[in-house]
Design a protein around this ligand. Sequence first.
Ligand code: GLY
Length: 387
Amino acid sequence: MKHFDNPVLSQQEANAALDAACAIVKQNLPMFTDKCQNHSCTNGIYEPIDNVEWTTGFWPGEVWLAWEHTHDDELKNAALHMVDSFKERIDKKIEVDHHDMGFLYTPSCVAAYKLTGNEKAKETALKAADHLITRFQEKGQFIQAWGAFGAKENYRFIIDCLLNLPLLYWASEVTGDPKYNDIAHRHITTCLKYSIREDGSTYHTYFMNPETSEPSHGATCQGYKDDSCWARGQAWGVYGTAISYRYTKNPEYIEKFRTVLDYYLTRLPEDLIPYWDMIFIDGNEEPRDSSSAAIVVCGLLEMAKYVEEKEAEEYRHLAAQMLKSMVDHYAVKSGPVGCGLLEHGTYAKKTPYNTCAPAGVDECVSWGDFYYMEALTRFVKDWQLYW
Ligand code: GLY
């Protein structure tokens, strides 16, 4: 594994950074209690929106993390109030024709249930898990990411889905029904087999053949081009394998974690915050994706719990180096109402070779803020996961 000489974050600095993040969350609470937070900022400010995006679970997750840090019950009451909107969304099937049930329902409703025992939140999250398993394709053995179920042009999975699987592990745990675990297992087996290339980089999305069930080809949506490596996809690979190891103890996931992490580290610029696609390295003008760095720190701190002490210490040290860079050079210390927490995230940058709709380039992004808070929380205490 590649090593770096960068400085590390201290516990005192981490606590101060969390204090600052919590103050911003508290400041923004009135704006995003009855409305949701958009996926990314526009000129540094999040727009309030209806509960229709794949990203709306991250803001309630930030509110729960802020409550854990401050014990301010105004935060808890607001986060519990938000459960109603997530219940309505799954009850009425509003914009749920995709696999992002974990991103939506884990930081909002599973968190509410784990932290307060709220039954409505539990039932709502279970309903979302039931919906997620309806997207499992027997032919090819994967959870279909987007679009009409079974449509040939969307017969694919994406590496991001690794972070939707914890909703399924949780659902099996609370119901005692193994069917959720079983689908998670079959999906991750397919995903890891085909998403990871020889050199340890990853495809963002991978198509299967709906007639033969055979693998077809990798392609990007949000990366620079099909055979480049989208930074956040790599980050989802790092954190996703660590979390799946937590719930399954399958040693293969530790190996895959090391593989994708090793590649990620070889492509980092000096300040340890990746460019939005890992085809870019030091010395160009492309935007960064700070959210990838926050996600990777969470993966490092999770995997450090399961490996031998020498390797664990390397992961903790690396996490402290990455966090130091984020806190010193990327974190918002204070700002106007509606501002975010972690600057220089990139949601989707359009290129001649990819298929995404451009959004949130070099801005705060909602999951970047969430995972930044999660990473700091993991750094200062033995955090009980929402995932
Ligand atoms: N899961 C979509 C993204 O990471 O942008």
